[in-house]
Design a protein around this ligand. Sequence first.
Ligand SMILES: Nc1ncnc2c1ncn2[C@@H]1O[C@H](COP(=O)(O)OP(=O)(O)OP(=O)(O)O)[C@@H](O)[C@H]1O
Ligand SMILES: CC(C)(CO)[C@@H](O)C(=O)[O-]
Ligand code: BAL
Length: 570
Amino acid sequence: MRELERNRDAPDTGASTGLRSLAVIGAGRTGGSVTPAARAAGLDVRVGTRGTAAVTAGGSDITLLCVPDESISAVCAEVATATDLPAYVGHVSGATGLDALEPAARRGAQIFRLHPLQTIPAPGTSLAGVPAAVTGSSPAAAEVARTLARRLGMVPFDLAEEHRAAYHAGAVLASNFVLTLAETAADLLTRAGVKDARAALTPLLLSTAANWAGAGPAALTGPIARGDEETVRAHQAALAGLAPELLPAYTALADRTRAVAAVAAYKNQGGTPVSTPKIVRTREELRAALAPARRAGTRIGLVPTMGFLHEGHASLLRAARERCDVVVMSLFVNPTQFGPNEDLAAYPRDEAADLAMAAAAGVDLVYAPAADHVYPPGFATTVEVGGELTNVLCGDPARRGAAHFRGVTTVVAKLLNAVGPDVAFFGQKDAQQAIVVRAMARDLELPVEIAVLPTVREPDGLAMSSRNVYLTAEERIRARALNQALTVAADTARTAGEGSAIRDALAAAGKVLADAGIEPEYLEARDAENLTVAERFGDRPVLIAVAARVGRARLIDNVVVQVVQVVQGA
Ligand SMILES: Nc1ncnc2c1ncn2[C@@H]1O[C@H](COP(=O)(O)OP(=O)(O)OP(=O)(O)O)[C@@H](O)[C@H]1O
Ligand SMILES: CC(C)(CO)[C@@H](O)C(=O)[O-]
Ligand code: BAL
């Protein structure tokens, strides 16, 4: 065996590896396939079973346990009693940990797992080209397992022990669940009157597998890939009548398929997705999906959005990805923050594109509930931040009113409760919203950090907003005046310096707006922390905020000006 260690880096052909003798314990499907492959590779193979394991294993270079999962531990205990203990003891189970080989490890053997990622229906199945997941208790044990795999004709890849269960779940999805899906599809076709459903479906199933093997998510075809949601709804209606028990599974798979379609579309544009986010629609699914992260005490980040994502949202998602272990994005056009004459019905929506952006930014979980799930019949509780913060600027009764912020704080409180994030991310573009949400979190002692990130702008300075889509080409050009006006106000203040009049800065900004034919709903300067009216520019940050209708779009923007920098600790 020492020879085997000496030759670790040698090519794995013939006797040069030093691997000569192999004890195979178990003569079932896997053992019965390993044995002929090992003999064909020129190994000296001894075969034993439970009861003869110690005698068979004694003196071998490697002993491989090919016994049922539940017997591995007991058979390993037998092997551990061998007088001439093999240096390496392994098993071939995907579901079982290395710890099942503890009895041999305790006596000084190095242990490994070598799991063929293939169904082995009978003894004598060829292992040629079969991928094999390899894990070792040491680098030497892993190398021995790789060498053995190659000698048996397999293609080894490394698998970390802590990811064994996830890996095995993947294997079950690809094999067992695909079979279950095929069987379910056949059942449905049979109920729909098709005679030999299995024969009818076989070409489709085989070509789907072959196409996926070649092209991955790009091989996806069908209604979801082409955004035909009407057909999806027709399927759901048909299932509700013919096979209602299949409806939850169909709906869950449709959501998963939307995420795959989004990833495919994003890749198609040349992007490299960081993840395929999971979509959940109910608070129960959300909690279940987050339970492992919560148990593990990992850092959860939440980015609340109303969808129709742009680079502003993406900057929040990327910040969450950098700062948190798990990134949750909510996607919900919240009806309670829209006034009766506002644009709730027209608000732009594109879930598939949103999922693609979420995938690009590395989002783990997208929470996209229906309105009646968030607000079921009987819903009667609201969260409201009182006082100045919600009565001024957008909260002025003549504008969106305090009811708008009541809608925002109510839904944000619900989202914070449902997700339980460590950090929630908001954009400075909605400056008043960020201040109001911070006040709510502080007043209600919510255990969450409210992070506020800078406004992301178009190259010409226009703040990115989902509502920019409402602008015609001519309005889009005029809309630049909002940021230009704020820039002029900030420059005026900075040039005039400490104590300069707010009035002058606002007048300069107002002129820029007027020149563009824009009459603002408001153009005001307020203390950037408590929103009280600001009198002069000085050492406190001043928020200059504007709201204006440009065509159909009501746009907002702001800048924070502090003409005297306060040196911390001075
Ligand atoms: N340009 C931007 N830069 C940074 N953050 C932004 C930007 N636009 C929106 N956000 C932030 O993204 C989050 C979700 O906002 P929302 O989905 O309402 O997008 P929006 O573009 O502001 O849409 P709307 O048209 O409703 O203003 C909020 O915290 C918001 O402040
Ligand atoms: C925070 C928010 C998602 C609540 O609906 C919304 O107001 C928004 O998108 O800014
Ligand atoms: N972007 C803030 C949410 C709203 O306009 O309703």
